[in-house]
Design a protein around this ligand. Structure first.
Ligand code: HEM
Length: 425
C-alpha cells in the first residue's frame, strides 16, 4: 500500500501536517475494528478535517442524516470519484480502452438524477425480483448443501454461499451471462479497489485493464438488448427508451455498470456479516432458529451494527456548516454511517448487538434522501432467504476464530475476507 497522501494540494505538505494532528485513532482505510475510533470522534471531534485524505469526517447521527437529506447544499457528485488520484499508466489504459463509464445514479445530480432514477425505478420494480424468490431459494439450498458436503466439516460462508448467491441473482436480473460470474466478481473487486482503495500507481494497472473489460461488457449488453430484446432489466430499459423514455444508450450502460457492482458486492458482505455477527451471539442466533419470523428485524440490526458500507461521500456546493463547524464551498465530506449507526443519542446502548432493538431500521446504511439505495429490498430479500434456509438446514454452524477475521483495506466498504465456520456431524 502507498504512503498516505492527500487528494488535494501538495501531498507531502499535507501528509506532514497530518502527522501532527490527533485523529483520535481514526485510520480512514482500516476496517478491522474502527468502532472505538468512531466513538471517540463522535465525542471529541464529530466534524473533523482529515488532512491525510482531504475530507471532513462526519460521525454523529443527526449530522450524517441532515447532510444526506440536503442535496441542494451537499451534492453526491464525488461519490464515485477515486479516493486516490488515478496514476498516469492507469489513465492511459482506460483512455485507450474507451472507458467512459459514469456513475449510473449515485454521483449524478438533479435534474439528470431525477430523470434517470424515475426510468430505472419503473424497470426495477419488486415485481421484477419477487418472481425470482424460488430461484434465489433454490440457489441458497444448493450452495449450502454443497458446503455441508465438506468431509472435514468446515466451510466459509463468504466463499461458499455469500459470494455467488447475489451475483447469480443480479446477472440473471440484468440478462448477463451467469457463466461469466468470475469475470464480474473480478471486475467488481477492481472497481472497489480503484475507487475507494489506497492503491499506488503501479497497483492500479491490472485494475485499469479490468475496468476497461467491465465497461465494454456493459456496452455489449445494451447493444445485445437492442438487437435481440429479452425478458430482463436491460431489455426493459432499452424498450423504455425505444418507447420514448429520455435515456441514452450510454446512460443505460452506466446504470448497468452501477448495478452489476452495487447489486452483489454489498449483499455478499451483508450475508457474510449477518452470519459472522449472529453466530458470534449464540443466544440471538438461537432466537432466530426458534422463531424465524424474527429474521427481518435481525437483518436491520446487522445493517445498523455492521453495515456493508460504513462511509459515503458528499461535496459542499456553497459555504455552509455542519454541527457548528464551518464548511467551505467545494469541501468534501465523508459521512461515516458506521459511526452514526452506533450514536448513543439515536440508539440506546448503540455498541451492543440486539436483534430486538425497536428502532434498528433507523440505521443509515442505505443512505438517506434522494439517493436512498434503489436495491435495498433486493438485498434484504436475498439475506432473508439465506438466513431462513440456514436456520432450517444448518442451525448447528459455529464460527471459527472470529477475532482472526481480517477486513479489506478500504475507505467505504467494510468487507470481511472470510467467515469460517465448522459443524459437528
Ligand atoms: C446490503 C446491500 C446494500 C447496501 C449496504 C447499499 C448501500 C447503498 C448506499 C449507501 C447508497 C448511497 C445512498 C446515498 O447516497 O444516499 C446506495 C445507492 C444505490 N444502491 Fe445500494 N446498497 C445495497 C444493495 C444494493 C443492491 C442489491 C442494488 C441493486 C440491485 C443497489 C443499487 C443501488 C443504486 C442504483 C444506488 C444509487 C441510487 C441513487 O443514487 O439514486 N444497492 N446503496
Amino acid at each position: 500500500m502507498t504512503e498516505t497522501t492527500a487528494t488535494t494540494g501538495c501531498p507531502f505538505a499535507a501528509a506532514a501536517s497530518g502527522a501532527d494532528k490527533d485523529y483520535h485513532g481514526y485510520q480512514p482505510f482500516e476496517m478491522k475494528d474502527p468502532f472505538g475510533a468512531y466513538a471517540e470522534l463522535r465525542s471529541e471531534a464529530p466534524v473533523m478535517f482529515d488532512e491525510r485524505v482531504g475530507y471532513y469526517v462526519v460521525t454523529r447521527y443527526d449530522d450524517v442524516k441532515s447532510v444526506f437529506d440536503d442535496w441542494e447544499t451537499f451534492s453526491s457528485e464525488n461519490a464515485q470519484a477515486p479516493v486516490r488520484k488515478r496514476g498516469p499508466q492507469a489513465t492511459k489504459i482506460m483512455e485507450e480502452g474507451g472507458f467512459t463509464a459514469y456513475s449510473g445514479l449515485s454521483a449524478r445530480r438533479p435534474p439528470e438524477h431525477t430523470r434517470i432514477r424515475s426510468i430505472v425505478q419503473k424497470a426495477f420494480t419488486p415485481r421484477r425480483y419477487k418472481v425470482m424468490e424460488p430461484f434465489i431459494r433454490q440457489n441458497v439450498v444448493d450452495l449450502l448443501s454443497a458446503m455441508l458436503e465438506n468431509p472435514e466439516n468446515q466451510g466459509d460462508i463468504l466463499r461458499d454461499l455469500a459470494y455467488d448467491l447475489p451475483t447469480i441473482t443480479i446477472l440473471t436480473l440484468i440478462g448477463a451471462d451467469v457463466e461469466k460470474i468470475d469475470d464480474f466478481k473480478r471486475w467488481s473487486d477492481s472497481r472497489a479497489a480503484m475507487t475507494w482503495g489506497d492503491l499506488s500507481d503501479e497497483e492500479q494497472i491490472p485494475h485499469a485493464h479490468n475496468l476497461v473489460e467491465y465497461w465494454q461488457e456493459c456496452q455489449r449488453l445494451v447493444a445485445e438488448a437492442h438487437a435481440n430484446g429479452g425478458d430482463n432489466l436491460t431489455a426493459d430499459l432499452v424498450k423504455a427508451q425505444e418507447d420514448g423514455a429520455e435515456i441514452t444508450d450510454h446512460e443505460i450502460a452506466s446504470v448497468l455498470y452501477s448495478l452489476l457492482f452495487a447489486g452483489h458486492e454489498t449483499t455478499t458482505t451483508l450475508i457474510s456479516n449477518a452470519m459472522r455477527v449472529l453466530l458470534n451471539h449464540p443466544e440471538q442466533w438461537q432466537a432466530l432458529i426458534d422463531d424465524p419470523k424474527k429474521i427481518s428485524g435481525a437483518i436491520n440490526e446487522v445493517l445498523r451494527y455492521s453495515g456493508s458500507i460504513v462511509a459515503w461521500r458528499r461535496k459542499a456546493l456553497k459555504d455552509t456548516e455542519v454541527g457548528g463547524v464551518p464548511i467551505p464551498e467545494g469541501a468534501e465530506l465523508l459521512l461515516v454511517m458506521g459511526s452514526a449507526n452506533r450514536d448513543e443519542s439515536q440508539f440506546e446502548n448503540g455498541e451492543e448487538f440486539d436483534i430486538s432493538r425497536p428502532n434498528a431500521s433507523e440505521h443509515l446504511s442505505f443512505g438517506y434522501g434522494i439517493h436512498y439505495c434503489l436495491g435495498q429490498m433486493l438485498a434484504r430479500l436475498q439475506t432473508k432467504i439465506a438466513l431462513e434456509e440456514i436456520v432450517k438446514i444448518a442451525p448447528h454452524l459455529q464460527l471459527v476464530a472470529p477475532e482472526e477475521i481480517t477486513f479489506r483495506e478500504n475507505i467505504s466498504f467494510r468487507v470481511p475476507e472470510s467467515v469460517p465456520v465448522r459443524w459437528d456431524s
